[in-house]
Design a protein around this ligand. Structure first.
Ligand code: NZQ
Ligand code: ZN
Length: 387
């Protein structure tokens, strides 16, 4: 296990009827707030009203920014920055899923930066100063509620890029599983795949001696396999929604990646190229790509880790790591299929037209992946396999 420093500085408020507690925490930072949300799920669920009522009761000043889209756009980020500056706002409260939270992180850093916020994503500037932000999570998936990462799409250049900094971790996140009851089957399934993929990205590394991290990772995977199908059949099952919600945060708050050199993250970078052009739901793209990435990188050196996962999570037996690894890939693919997620790009109407350029863009900052380094030609090959 390598040396590490770990601090996950987000205060989590978990459970039912917590809006007043969330607002009390927010007001410790500022009483001038930007509330951000998407296309309207938080209006329908009543969450927005509850938040506004609590803010009104405490005499706080707030502005709203609505309409943040899935695969959030830079244009929303710029709008949010403008509202914050014009109204001298001191806190951003995101109500929604990863897209609303990610866009809000970009606003939080952008308010304190003179240049174009896209500079953060192009690695021309570090987002190392930000307004404090918080969230009420409504979709279990990305882990954005407890990490410092943000992914934004630039509509003009058809790029979707990530950046991050500890100062972008939400100061406080409210996780009320009842607000995820209304998430539809497609988004619930995609969220489950995303949580599992975050575990895969940090689990499939060559680092020896990280038993505690890998054991926690396996437990989170088993939780997704147990409860993912339950929420598709029974969307208001509190226990299932609660377990998935906490799994979402734990899968990507840095915990399972501690003591390791680096996560792999190649599959995520390839998926971001797919959703940059085709606006595909992130988890659906991962459901297609992860098994193909595994097939592509499987060899004598990588088989041991796929096999460990197969044995400990799917109960696959045997003594030949390569054979167990192949069975593990099959098991993962059939689990994703059982959630009605797609298993090829053609199934979601994506042709090979842009594969070459997607490979090049995925590697725009150099080769990707650490379990096995991939150059742009290899990425294009994976996309062809997934066709
Ligand atoms: O816009 P509204 O009306 O809120 O509808 C949303 C949206 O249409 C809907 N939704 C959310 N909560 C709901 C609900 N519908 C009914 N009831 C509810 N309670 O779901 C749709 C998708 O929302 P979105 O926020 O896009 O989903 P998700 O949380 O999966 O976020 C995906 C984005 O996060 C990025 C992805 O690339 C993608 O852009 N990621 C962010 C990461 C991070 N910050 O750490 C890591 C991830 O790997 C990922 O890349
Ligand atoms: Zn993801």
């Amino acid at each position: 296990m390598k040396n590490f420093t770990y601090q996950a500085g987000t205060k989590i408020i978990f459970g039912k009827n917590q809006v007043n507690n969330l607002i009390d925490e927010v007001l410790c930072f500022s009483d001038r707030i930007l509330i951000t949300y998407g296309k309207g799920s938080v209006i329908k669920s009543g969450l927005l009203d509850k938040v506004k009522t609590a803010l009104n009761e405490k005499g706080a000043f707030y502005k709203e920014l609505s309409g943040i889209l899935p695969n959030p756009r830079l244009s929303s980020v710029k709008e949010g920055i403008k509202i914050c500056r014009e109204n001298d706002l001191g806190f951003i409260l995101a109500l929604g899923g990863g897209s609303v939270i990610d866009a809000s992180k970009a606003m939080a850093a952008g308010v304190l930066y003179e240049g174009d916020p896209w500079d953060f994503y192009l690695r021309k500037a570090a987002p190392d100063k930000a307004l404090p932000l918080g969230c009420a999570l409504t979709l279990a998936a990305t882990g954005s509620e407890m990490n410092g990462s943000t992914v934004v799409s630039n509509d003009e250049t058809q790029e979707k890029l990530a950046t991050g900094n500890d100062c972008l971790r939400p100061k406080v996140s409210m996780l009320d599983p009842t607000y995820t009851f209304t998430v539809n089957k497609w988004q619930s399934a995609a969220g489950t795949v995303d949580i599992m993929s975050h575990i895969f990205e940090q689990y499939f590394t060559p680092d020896p001696g990280t038993d505690i991290q890998d054991g926690i990772a396996e437990s989170i995977l088993k939780t997704c396999i147990k409860y993912g199908p339950v929420v598709l059949q029974d969307p208001e099952n509190y226990e299932a929604r609660a377990n998935l919600m906490w799994a979402s945060s734990l899968a990507l708050n840095g915990l399972t990646g501690t003591g390791k050199m680096m996560g792999d993250w190649a599959t995520h970078m390839i998926e971001h190229e797919v959703s940059a052009i085709y606006d595909l739901t992130h988890g659906a793209g991962l459901a297609i790509l992860f098994p193909y990435w595994m097939q592509f990188v499987l060899n004598d050196k990588t088989a041991f880790k796929f096999a460990r996962l197969g044995k400990n999570v799917f109960g696959i037996e045997g003594s030949d790591d390569l054979e167990i690894a192949k069975a593990t890939i099959d098991a993962i693919r059939s689990f994703f299929n059982s959630l009605d997620m797609p298993s090829s790009l053609s199934q979601v109407d994506i042709s090979d037209e842009h594969f070459k350029v997607m490979g090049e863009k995925a590697c725009k900052f150099g080769p990707i992946g650490y379990f096995k380094r991939l150059n742009h030609e290899m990425v294009t090959q994976i996309l062809k396999m997934a066709k």
